[in-house]
Design a protein around this ligand. Structure first.
Ligand code: MRU
Length: 349
């Protein structure tokens, strides 16, 4: 038997604007906002109205296409200059997820051979749509590959939201759960709430509930006890940037889960599309880690939960060293063992 999935889409191109699911309002409200200017797009990324590596890339691509529609010049050189300036502006929104830079680069490269401004404007829209369509296909394949690693009734832990709303559709780390639901293969998911901004409780718990997946929410500090007492079989996470040696940046707390997986002798999987790999950097040492507003730690829903003037460290991501990763699941197959070689082969092909 198969069940039909019906998940909301995080971003849609509407010719004069971009429609965006406001992820800051979830799970209380499912509300869509209209992004009409490049500044709207930049703000939406910075304030996490849209978040998750592939969704950030996709939204920025649409943002660049949107900005370009508004250029009033007859000179292709001036058009290219404006595009470069807007590309740099969007690239300044968040530093860690490489999908952002990958998508923007791909957009600019798409118009290398155009012969008119009109053609450039249309090409940019088509390229952004292609990025979105391809991401959905890629996520489906990641889900398929990841599901092959689980068996019926497995209990699997995850962190943050590497789900459908963080991508074009299906998600990366959450894709196998959505597909398991479609294919009637029971799995139990344990979602870490993911402090400080609660992508696990606000987004993953909600998204998996929407598709009828058996999901249980825990706070982050319950992970070790839960792995032990609920006999968790595996941990699966998404990624924001994977270096040439397989070191992986993902939501803060991921590294801790990888260490727990090692201590409990359970597999630790990373699921990601090729757009999340950064073969230009040798190791995780070179991944820039975003540090966000201390208020994310000192306040919860506007309510102060820490003393005035307290020092805060608020890194949004951490880096899991490759030796703690059992496998990296991509749309092109599952990498294991020597990641350096595996990633190089992936990119040479
Ligand atoms: O700060 P966020 O919410 O953008 O962080 C998101 C994550 O860390 C995800 O796990 C990652 O981007 C993969 S999304 C498919």
């Amino acid at each position: 038997m198969t069940n039909t999935l019906s998940l909301p889409r995080s971003v849609e191109w509407e010719e004069t604007h971009i429609t965006l699911l406001d992820q800051q309002l979830l799970p209380g409200k499912v509300e869509y906002i209209e992004l009409k200017t490049i500044k709207d797009v930049w703000d939406a990324i910075v304030t996490l109205k849209v978040r998750g590596a592939p969704a950030i890339g996709m939204t920025a691509a649409f943002g660049l296409a949107l900005a370009a529609q508004q250029y009033e010049t007859d000179s292709i050189d001036e058009f290219n200059e404006l595009l470069q300036k807007d590309k740099d502006y969007l690239a300044s929104s968040r530093p860690t997820a490489v999908n952002l830079f990958w998508a923007l680069e791909r957009m600019v490269n798409s118009i290398t051979n155009v012969t008119s401004i009109n053609e450039a404007k249309t090409t940019l829209v088509h390229e952004a749509i292609r990025i979105q369509v391809e991401d959905e296909e890629v996520c489906y394949k990641i889900g398929d590959n990841a599901l092959s690693l689980f068996k019926k009734d497995d209990r699997v832990m995850t962190i943050c939201n590497a789900g459908s709303i963080a991508t074009a559709y299906y998600g990366t780390a959450l894709a196998p759960f959505h597909l398991s639901r479609e294919r009637d293969i029971p799995l139990q998911v344990y979602a870490c709430e993911t402090r400080p901004v609660l992508q696990g409780s606000r987004l993953t718990a909600w998204e998996l509930q929407q598709s009828g997946v058996d999901v249980t929410l825990i706070t982050d500090n319950m992970a070790a006890h839960t792995i032990k007492t609920k006999q968790i079989n595996a941990i699966i996470v998404g990624a924001d940037r994977i270096a040439a040696n397989g070191d992986t940046a993902n939501k803060i707390g991921t590294y801790g889960l990888a260490l727990l997986a090692k201590a409990f002798h359970i597999p630790f999987y990373v699921a990601a599309p090729l757009s999340t790999f950064d073969p230009t950097i040798a190791s995780g040492e070179e991944i820039p880690i975003e540090e966000r507003n201390p208020e994310e730690v000192t306040h919860l829903h506007g309510q102060q939960i820490a003393p005035d003037g307290i020092a805060v460290f608020n890194p949004a991501f951490d880096v899991t060293p490759n030796e703690l990763i059992t496998a990296i699941i991509t749309d092109r197959g599952i990498l294991k063992g020597n990641y350096q070689e595996g990633i190089q082969t992936l990119f040479n092909n």
